[in-house]
Design a protein around this ligand. Structure first.
Ligand SMILES: Cc1cc2nc3c(=O)[nH]c(=O)nc-3n(C[C@H](O)[C@H](O)[C@H](O)COP(=O)(O)OP(=O)(O)OC[C@H]3O[C@@H](n4cnc5c(N)ncnc54)[C@H](O)[C@@H]3O)c2cc1C
Length: 279
């Protein structure tokens, strides 16, 4: 018989996770859909469930030593209304699901779900987010791209919990998150594009690009970005076709119920081109 346990502290949750396997549930906005048996029937779980959404000690957003730190049970709606939340993250959250869903959904759940279409993920990649994993054995801090290894695949161990997300504080003179979905709200992305650039005294100091839902995991290629740091804005814009060609081979979307690969690739490259020529 499946047990449902609601721990009252992070320590209790870690002890339980160390004791035996559990399915962690935060807001449940992914899990309750994935485990639904039939329409109008309650979701079915085959493993014990650990409900962590009530852990108040993990509900926070704060600034600490050059990072914005987000506790893992903070609903994304709270982040939308907090001045500390990075602009790009607010852009993604603002068009994620619907307000009702956003009061339950968490960034940690978006990471745990590890979908290439997860809307906060390209932002976490572009902002070099660090994921803090805690278990009874201690803490591991990993860059987001080392946490997610494939569609629905990650390296979070059975006895670990995402404790918090650390985002380095950084400055961008231009940044954009573009989501292409079937409709404005409550739509999973067909694809998404994130661009962030910092240009000071006509010099590109930072140039970052990420795509969602065009490859097995979020696509970010630091070796391409680095080639364009140090250029003037005009030089960067002049190289737009070269940059598009650099990303072209890495954009390998699939056909699914939401879109097809030709559409995804064409639109992704157009969004990249548009971001650069309108800087
Ligand atoms: C109608 C609808 C619309 C949606 N629209 C969007 C959308 O526009 N964009 C989008 O990106 N997503 C969307 N989603 C998906 C979902 O809302 C998000 O992925 C959300 O971020 C999941 O968060 P959650 O807290 O509800 O995760 P849960 O369902 O609780 O968990 C998801 C996964 O993460 C794991 N997990 C959760 N918290 C932790 C933790 N602290 N430590 C370790 N593992 C953890 C769970 O075990 C599970 O595997 C939508 C879902 C629905 C039902």
């Amino acid at each position: 018989m499946v047990k449902n346990i609601i721990p009252t502290s992070l320590n209790e949750a870690l002890e339980l996770l160390n004791d035996r396997p559990f399915k962690i549930m935060a807001g449940g906005t992914d899990l309750m859909v994935q485990r639904r048996a039939w329409s109008q029937t309650p979701p079915e779980f085959i493993e014990d469930v650990l409900y962590i959404f009530n852990l108040e000690e993990l509900k926070y957003i704060k600034e600490d030593k050059g990072f914005i730190v987000i506790g893992s049970t903070t609903p994304v709606e709270d982040l939308l209304h907090n001045d500390l939340t990075p602009f790009l993250l607010k852009e993604a959250i603002g068009i994620m699901a619907s307000p009702a869903l956003r009061h339950m959904a968490t960034i940690a759940g978006n990471i745990g779900n590890a979908s290439p279409a997860g809307d906060t993920l390209p932002i976490l990649y572009v902002l070099d987010a660090i994921i803090v994993l805690e278990s009874i054995e201690g803490i591991r801090e990993l860059p987001i791209n080392e946490v997610i290894t494939g569609p629905r695949k990650h390296v979070i161990k059975q006895n670990e919990i995402i404790k918090e997300i650390k985002i380095p504080i950084s400055v961008y003179t231009d940044s954009v998150f573009e989501k292409v979905g079937g409709r404005k709200a409550d739509a999973i992305s067909k694809l998404s594009f994130t661009g962030a650039v910092n240009i000071k005294d006509d010099k590109v100091l930072d140039f970052r690009i990420a795509f969602g839902a065009v490859s097995a995991t979020i696509l970010r290629r630091k070796e391409i970005e680095e080639k364009y740091v140090g250029l003037t804005k005009e030089e960067l814009i002049g190289k737009v076709d070269e940059i598009v060609n650099e990303y072209d081979p890495f954009i390998r979307p699939i056909d699914d119920q939401r879109s097809n690969k030709e559409y995804r690739k064409t639109v992704a490259l157009n969004l990249l081109k548009n971001f650069i020529i309108t800087l």
